[in-house]
Design a protein around this ligand. Structure first.
Ligand code: GA4
Length: 338
């Protein structure tokens, strides 16, 4: 890894671009209208912790409308944008990610999302009358993606053959569930043009929640880590959604599903805009393996914790930290591996 000393780039690390193999056939694509969708979703979550969904029923115009509003926001002057920041943890952020020293080549808006009524953190720029179109696109988008998340989580239960079918989805559809929505803008980085390097846009990490639903414009940059530790580039697809298994779902399935490590590498040419809805349970919810999934004599690989406890540990950590490691019962993992 190289660290660039150009002052405009602070201490953001550079990654050699061709390092990650482009790997479109290895990202599982699940057509939600197909009868085998449930089994394929489970297979993808076990092997990759990551999948792309097509035929999801959300009009591409809705995604493009919200993307256009995000682009409009990010093209405001720094002073105007900073009126909605700094993120504490919600608001406008530039380069700084979290509170513990992570930085990346991006700017973003982070919203807390409440379920009932569906609402999100109010920010300064939303006061402007012109922001009406932003609010309506955001609300419509969040409602549509909630339905999609619920469907995908029910398919997981079906594929796992557990009842009731809403056993996972109800955790994140609950009226007290703890959602987050993130709009990211990775600007092009002209200094890199002609070099074989990419800039760390969002450093490697796993998502702490149950699942995350991501949509991006047609720019490359997202990479996922496979079981063997290699990185692969995910070809962009602005009409589809990408689903990440988060740490909480890894625990709910007692390690059967994999919380996927991922990162974004920004390039010299393209501007990447992504929107991600993170689905978390209510703060008081206990995160423990679902009893329906435990085999005879199987023990939990994790010490018991609530989402509130996990969230607190998350916010004390750096992006690349192994947060689940704090809650693992190593002796059980060793015994059950035998
Ligand atoms: C990663 C997933 C989500 O983007 C996020 C991030 C959060 C933040 O940006 O404030 C964190 C990061 C994320 C995990 C570790 C901590 C917290 C930044 C960071 C260094 C909103 C989330 O929930 O956890």
């Amino acid at each position: 890894m190289v660290v660039l000393s150009n002052p405009g780039l602070d201490q953001i690390s550079l990654l050699r671009s061709p390092k990650a193999i482009a790997c479109s056939p290895c990202v599982p694509v699940i057509d939600l209208s197909k009868p085998d969708a449930a089994a394929s979703v489970v297979e993808a979550c076990e092997e990759f912790g990551f999948l792309k969904v097509t035929d999801h029923g959300i009009p591409v115009e809705l995604m493009q409308r919200l993307e256009a509003e995000a682009v409009k926001f990010f093209s405001l002057s720094p002073v105007e944008k900073e009126r909605s920041g700094p993120p504490d943890p919600f608001g406008y952020g530039n380069r700084k990610i979290g509170a513990n020293g992570d930085i990346g080549w991006l700017e973003y808006l982070l919203f807390a999302v409440a379920s009932k009524p569906l609402s999100y953190t109010f920010m300064d720029f939303l006061r402007e009358p012109a922001a009406c179109s932003f609010s309506s696109a955001l609300k419509e988008y969040l409602a549509a993606v909630r339905k999609l998340a619920s469907k995908v989580l029910e398919l997981m239960a079906e594929g796992l053959d557990i009842e009731p079918r809403d056993v996972i989805s109800r955790l994140v559809m609950d009226e007290n569930s703890d959602g987050i929505f993130r709009l990211n803008h990775y600007p092009p980085c002209p200094v890199l043009r002609g070099y074989n390097y990419g800039l760390t846009g969002f450093g490697e990490h796993t998502d702490p929640q149950v699942i995350s639903v991501l949509r991006s414009n047609n720019s490359t940059g997202l990479q996922i880590s496979l079981k063997d530790g290699s990185w692969v580039s995910v070809p962009p697809d602005e009409e589809s959604f990408f689903i990440n298994v988060g740490d909480s779902l890894q625990v709910l399935t007692n390690g059967r599903f994999r919380s996927v490590k991922h990162r974004v590498v920004a390039s010299g040419w393209e501007s990447r805009v992504s929107m991600i809805y993170f689905f978390g349970p209510p703060l008081a919810e206990k995160i423990a393996p679902l009893p329906q999934l435990m085999g005879e004599g199987e023990h939990s690989l994790y010490k018991e914790f609530t989402w509130d406890e996990y969230k607190k540990a998350t916010y004390k950590s750096r992006l690349a930290d192994n947060r689940l490691g704090l809650f693992e019962k190593r002796e059980v993992a060793d015994d059950q591996r035998l």
